[in-house]
Design a protein around this ligand. Structure first.
Ligand code: PFF
Length: 467
């Protein structure tokens, strides 16, 4: 039987290591950087509610589907889907969904690395005391100077890609496991410390209300954004979790494991929001500041509190680590696939993919400065242009890749994976993998996978098209 196989790439020591690895993948820039600024842009509480609904009704069922497909297939996502499809008498073309996800993961890695690189710059600036006593304007100007300098961005992007490649090349199991055991608890502690600080700003309740009060009229504004972000933050829809599922021990309940990962990820995002917004308000800044939110507001906070220099430095180290444990998971599906397919050494395959992502990432580097006017997907009065220099509207390279992945490729990949688990795999196979004893609970979870999650994705997509 397929499920007794082990992966040629290795296996986690226990389900706890899978939780660490999957949480390491899930908790990243999405939680600490993207969630707070998206919440700011889409109306605070209204966005948070849609986000929670999307996590529990759509994101977690997909994570379940991915984990069980991976564990049953025991290969890279592309080969697992292909093999399980054949076994179930379905078309091997199902593997194309994993291929698309794999490409999406590499695209995400290309820009993720650039942003993660900012934290490298901030570690040094913080450690050096450059933010001591800084004002909001000063922090804004420092951030502006960083993004305006393509050479500096390229340097950090290069370094981060090398860090990612380094761990993957040495084997994920050993590299990930060791660092995660130390870094994940540390990340939690630091967030709590920051939360404690934000409570002393005198603006804590303002931040709290911003996150949890909602205006009903803004509920629908950010649905697609919330859905896309639910995918992004849980790392689903690309096959990363599927790749990790392939290394999971046979005897472990997937249901409770995945729930733990989902809850941890959500907690980190909410804590980050609760820690950040009071600081934003205390500094008299706007929560809708966009991608610069974390890199502008936090330095102000750290620059003006006792021990801020040390804490700020540590904080950005941990942002870096959170990003690092995520970026590794973006590379793993493609590396596993190419190793299986070409029988080449992991190191060689990793180098080639790192180079590729680095090149694409240079597009993101340039979209913050000299290439800011290169616009894609332009809907203008004279029609649609895929590319136009200096157009009004349209998206720069970074925004385009972000949009293409979070809003289109991830939902499509997620849709394919839940449909596969819900309608192609036999019910008995799913029951066996999930190992949920209570028949009612299994029925509910299976219904989420078969009906609710796919419908949720389709409805949001169609609604967005008709807007
Ligand atoms: N979940 C990560 C975050 O929230 O930062 C981002 C991510 C990781 C997306 C891995 C996709 C992926 F495959």
């Amino acid at each position: 039987m397929v499920s007794d196989k082990v992966s040629i790439h290795g296996a986690w020591a226990s389900r706890w290591v899978f939780i660490l690895a999957a949480t390491g993948s899930a908790v990243g820039l999405g939680n600490i950087w993207k969630f707070p600024y998206m919440t700011g842009m889409y109306g605070g509480g209204a966005f948070v509610i849609m986000y929670l609904v999307c996590i529990f009704l759509v994101g977690l069922p997909i994570m379940l589907a991915e984990t069980l497909i991976g564990r049953r297939g025991r290969q890279s996502p592309v080969h697992s889907l292909g093999a399980l499809a054949l076994e179930s008498g379905a078309s091997p073309r199902w593997s194309w969904a994993a291929l698309m996800g794999m490409v999406a993961a590499l695209l995400i890695l290309s820009f993720y690395s650039v942003i993660a690189g900012w934290s490298l710059d901030y570690i040094i600036a913080m450690g050096d005391g450059q933010f001591a006593g800084i004002s909001a304007e000063g922090a804004g100007a420092a951030f502006g100077a960083l993004t305006a300098d393509p050479w500096r961005l390229a340097l950090w992007h290069t370094l981060f890609m090398l860090l990612t490649g380094f761990v993957i090349a040495r084997g994920v199991v050993a590299g990930l496991e060791r660092s995660l055991r130390i870094m994940m608890p540390l990340l939690f502690i630091l967030l709590l410390v920051l939360l404690g600080y934000s409570m002393t700003t005198g603006h804590f309740m303002q931040g709290f209300h911003f996150l949890f009060d909602f205006q009903p009229d803004r509920l629908l504004e950010g649905v697609l954004a919330a859905l896309g972000h639910a995918f992004f933050t849980l790392s689903v829809g690309v096959g990363s979790i599927m790749a990790y599922g392939a290394y999971m021990p046979r005897r472990a309940s997937i249901g409770s494991t995945v729930l733990a990962v989902g809850i941890l990820d959500t907690l980190v995002a909410l804590t980050a929001g609760l820690a950040l917004f009071p600081i934003v308000f205390a500094a008299g800044m706007e929560p809708g500041a966009g991608p610069g939110l974390m890199f502008v507001t936090l330095p102000v906070a750290f620059g003006n509190i006792a021990f801020g220099q040390v804490m700020g430095t540590l904080f950005f180290v941990l942002v870096l680590v959170a990003a690092w444990t995520s970026s590794i998971s973006m590379l793993e599906p493609a590396v596993a696939y190419l190793v299986e397919r070409t029988q080449r050494r992991r190191r060689l395959v990793t180098s080639a993919l790192v180079l590729l992502c680095w090149l694409v990432g240079m597009g993101t580097v340039l979209s913050f400065n000299v290439g800011a006017e290169a616009k894609f997907f332009v809907f203008a009065a004279d029609g649609f242009h895929l590319f136009q220099w200096g157009a009004e509207g349209g998206r720069n390279f970074f925004d385009s890749i972000d949009y293409l992945t979070s809003r289109i490729l991830l939902p499509l990949g997620g849709l394919a994976f839940v449909l596969f688990a819900g309608w192609v795999l036999r019910r008995e196979a799913v029951r066996e993998e999930l190992a949920i004893d209570n028949p009612l609970l299994f029925g509910l979870v299976y219904w989420l996978i078969r009906v609710v999650a796919p419908l949720g994705i389709v409805v949001v997509f169609v609604a967005e098209l008709m807007k």
